[in-house]
Design a protein around this ligand. Structure first.
Ligand code: C2E
Ligand code: MG
Ligand code: MG
Ligand code: MG
Length: 276
């Protein structure tokens, strides 16, 4: 009895693992296709300053697969990273960021576009060269682009990652530390490196009203950044109360569903027009 139970449990487990593996293989094949056919979409989510004026936008990748439907970036970005697609996907993001800055210019909006740069893209030997080629060909200034990197970029070769970030900053790109406060060494990186922008992770913002420690920590971080001349962007603002608290704390820019969801460029420009 015990033996047969054990066996069937094992078989059940085995099947579900196999199913998951097949699902992943199919997802990966579809993702490769989507990258090759240039069928990923890119949305923009607005960022606003202390006077509610738009100050920039974050580029966010969207994938609507014909087979799998909408797949979250939290799923397909790591999948791309694990399978050698970070460079290709990252370059698509840069191409779209350039295109969007050009479109914004055509409409008279001199906004900065923030691009998420995955660790393997940042560390790719051709990253800086290819980026510079693309930007030079566009005729745009590097300061129209903010490059968001996360703490995980430093897990491989900390010194090299730091050097690349410094190099990009010298070239004129705005460098941002994304998801600040979620890792283990956020503070040590703002001490060692010069970031233009710190993006305060949504987790801090979500807990703000109920968590006194989160308030104190955040107030400290914001004060330090203001003292250093580092911009702060609060992510994931969903309520007026969060907005009010962050405003009082001296955050420089605000981003979240309360202020605007990520939308296609056409809708983003419409929202800018409406806000005028
Ligand atoms: P992230 O860079 O921290 O982006 C912010 C995420 O928070 C986005 O999720 C955005 O849609 C979501 N968000 C914004 N405001 C709110 C809010 O008020 N409430 C809530 N609950 N969420 C909010 P998304 O688009 O699903 O992207 C998830 C992550 O995937 C991003 O986190 C980023 O790490 C990665 N990602 C997205 N697009 C790209 C890309 O083009 N390239 C790379 N390398 N990574 C990307
Ligand atoms: Mg980001
Ligand atoms: Mg973030
Ligand atoms: Mg994140």
């Amino acid at each position: 009895q015990a033996k047969s139970l054990g066996k069937s449990a094992y078989v059940f487990y085995d099947e579900s693992v196999e199913k998951q593996a097949q699902e992943k293989i199919s997802l990966l094949a579809e993702l490769k296709k989507a990258i090759d056919n240039n069928s990923l979409d890119f949305h923009l989510q607005g960022q606003f300053d202390q006077t509610d004026s738009p100050s920039g936008a974050e580029l966010l990748c969207r994938w609507n697969s014909p087979i799998h439907g909408f797949v979250s970036p939290a799923v397909f970005i790591p999948l791309a990273e694990e399978n050698g697609l970070a460079f290709e996907l990252g370059n698509l993001a840069i191409d779209n960021a350039i295109r969007f800055v050009q479109i914004l210019d055509e409409f008279g909006y001199n906004l900065r576009v923030a691009v998420n740069i995955s660790p393997l893209h940042l560390m790719h030997p051709d990253f800086v060269t290819v980026l510079q080629e693309k930007i030079a060909a566009s005729g745009l200034y590097p300061n129209r682009f903010e490059l968001e990197v996360t703490e995980s970029s430093f897990l491989g070769d900390e010194i090299r990652a730091g050097n690349i970030i410094n190099e990009l900053r010298k070239m004129g790109y705005k460098m941002a530390m994304d998801d600040f406060g979620t890792g283990y060494s956020s503070l040590s990186y703002i001490r060692k490196l010069d970031f233009d922008v710190i993006k305060i992770d949504r987790a801090f913002v979500t807990d703000l009203e109920s968590d006194y420690k989160a308030q104190l920590l955040l107030q400290g971080i914001i004060s330090i950044c203001n003292e250093l001349g580092v911009e702060t962007v609060a992510e994931g603002i969903e309520t007026q109360e969060q907005m009010d608290m962050l405003q009082r704390m001296g955050v420089t820019s605000f981003q979240g569903f309360y202020l605007g969801r990520p939308v296609p460029i056409e809708a983003f420009i419409d929202s800018l027009k409406k806000a005028e």
